[in-house]
Write a protein that binds this ligand. Structure first.
Ligand code: TMP
Length: 207
């Protein structure tokens, strides 16, 4: 098994993560790199089912603790069924969100605290990403983009204050794990964000 192949992508709403990952997938196809592209919450059936419960707009009253536990449950299902097996097969795993999202959203924005999030996610702590690309977008820029988007889920309905706290939360995660983070300026035009992310991944892989 090749080591250090677990790559995650993090950022607040409308950071461009989805486009970035799609472009990296295209680049990997062109370079004949063996990979799997996946996402959290989701990636496997049970975790996708949990995703529907968490993001359902009818569930606005969900307790923060319940939300944090559901994300952690989805994470373990996905980790054991998809991420670890793919890494064992020697694939590079590109994962849209992981533990740092729980630190930012549940730990800081929902106010559960870092310690609780690390405790709830203790199984996942044995499998931290090797590289995390953090697309750093100022909340006001992200919210302007969000208002232009028609898709809405429960977390999109949160206030600017919530998104500011998410931003703060990512910077807490960065402080906690400085070695595996690469920060990309997400306030630039999307093309430049994509190019910077591609360069960072290729540099990391030594390609
Ligand atoms: P997505 O929009 O990137 O698909 O992510 C779905 C939502 O789930 C997004 O608003 C962030 C949120 N989320 C958390 O709050 N905690 C987590 O641990 C994860 C993985 C996602």
């Amino acid at each position: 098994m090749r080591e250090k192949n677990f790559i995650t992508f993090e950022g607040g709403e409308c950071s461009g993560k989805t486009t970035v990952i799609a472009e990296i997938v295209k680049m990997f196809d062109e370079l004949n790199i063996n990979y799997v592209s996946t996402r959290e919450p989701g990636g496997v059936k049970i975790a996708e089912d949990i995703r529907k419960v968490i993001l359902n707009v009818d569930n606005v009253g969900m307790e923060p603790e319940c939300e944090a536990l559901l994300y952690a449950a989805a994470r373990m299902e996905h980790l054991n069924k998809k991420v670890i097996p793919s890494l064992k097969e020697g694939k590079i795993v590109l994962c849209d969100r992981y533990l740092d999202s729980s630190i930012a959203y549940q730990g800081v924005a929902r106010g559960l605290g870092l310690e609780n999030i690390l405790k709830i996610n203790s199984f996942a702590l044995d499998h931290l990403p090797d590289l995390t690309i953090f697309i750093d977008v100022k909340p006001e820029v992200a919210l302007k983009r969000l208002s232009l988007r028609d898709k809405t889920d429960r977390l999109d309905l949160e206030t600017i204050d919530f998104h500011n706290k998410v931003y703060e939360g990512y910077h807490e995660a960065l402080k906690l794990y400085p070695d595996r983070f690469v920060v990309i300026d997400g306030n630039q035009p999307l093309n430049d964000v994509v190019n910077d992310c591609k360069k960072a991944v290729l540099k990391y892989l030594g390609v």
